[in-house]
Design a protein around this ligand. Structure first.
Ligand SMILES: [Zn+2]
Length: 296
């Protein structure tokens, strides 16, 4: 918690919102929903990026044996109690806690849950490296099978990001959102890599995407195409905002994110930087002096 710059950006946005906004005031009581016989989901309140106010915990079971919990991100005791009650009501026993990536809204309740059940936590090596204070017992590799799910390595939002895939379903973490937006912050993420991971998911068989925030997305491929198109549209706006003389990030945000509420511009500036880094790599942008950008 609080170790990631993305977590503090989320906090900054929550702090800038008027009281009562951001969803927590209108949250409904958590319910364990059935997606498939052995896939259930529970949305728990977490410190996340508004308008989302919850992170989905996916509970997935093999045909026999203990279940796995993906992204138990809530650090709040009342939400942990809800999760325990839901597990008890479903008659489910837990064998493993899985993490899609290192952000606090995905990991905040992981150790407590793992300790209550006496089970290990598993994540990608890059996630483990970014969480030195969280004991993670098992390293997951790209392509590895865990409890009948395939680990699909999808860096970009975070460099240790994994999706978990079964025929027809992909637990998508923060690759896409059913509610709100996905932040690509250049200190922890990479726009080129994120776009490549979206393409990688698109090249896999069609599936229902199960995001960490918001409802399930039945037509996964359509959503992935929409995300790729949206990022490329923004990239075009950023490229068009660049001129022959140097412009500051402030000036560029005002042009490329003119359609975004001003309150979100500090966040937009981080994403702008991620776009600029990609454009620079593609030979389409140049940082003349620190923080000032132009066409090459
Ligand atoms: Zn995240």
């Amino acid at each position: 918690m609080g170790e990631s710059s993305v977590d503090s950006l989320y906090e900054q946005v929550r702090g800038a919102l008027p009281p009562g906004s951001g969803g927590s005031a209108v949250s409904e009581p958590p319910v364990l929903r059935l997606i498939a016989p052995r896939i259930r989901v529970l949305a728990l309140r977490t410190p996340t990026l508004p308008p989302a106010a919850h992170t989905n915990v996916y509970l997935v079971g093999p045909d026999a044996g203990p279940w796995m919990a993906v992204d138990p991100g809530s650090p709040y005791p009342d939400q942990e109690a809800v999760l325990d009650a839901a597990l008890a009501a479903a008659g489910v026993s837990l064998g493993l806690v899985l993490l899609t990536h290192h952000h606090g809204d995905h990991t905040g309740g992981a150790r407590a849950l793992a300790d209550r059940w006496g089970v290990p936590i598993a994540a990608h090596a890059n996630t483990i490296r970014r969480l030195p204070k969280l004991r993670i017992e098992r390293t997951l590799e790209a392509g590895e099978q865990v409890g009948g799910w395939t680990c699909v390595y999808t860096p970009g939002h975070a460099d240790g990001h994994l999706c978990f895939e079964q025929p027809g379903f992909t637990i998508a973490g923060d690759m896409v959102a059913g509610l709100g937006t996905i932040l690509i912050d250049p200190s922890e993420g990479d726009m080129s890599v994120y776009l490549a991971s979206l393409e990688l998911l698109l090249a896999r068989p069609q599936s229902m995407l199960l995001p960490a925030h918001g409802p399930s997305i039945p037509d996964g491929h359509a959503k992935l195409r929409e995300y790729i198109a949206h990022r490329l549209m923004r990239e075009a706006k950023v490229a068009a905002a660049l001129g022959a003389s140097d412009a500051s990030l402030n000036e560029l945000v005002a042009i490329a994110y003119a359609d975004t509420p001003r309150m979100l511009w500090p966040l937009a500036e981080r994403v702008l930087l991620a776009h600029l880094a990609k454009l620079q790599r593609d030979g389409r942008a140049r940082e003349g002096s620190p923080g000032r950008w132009s066409t090459p």
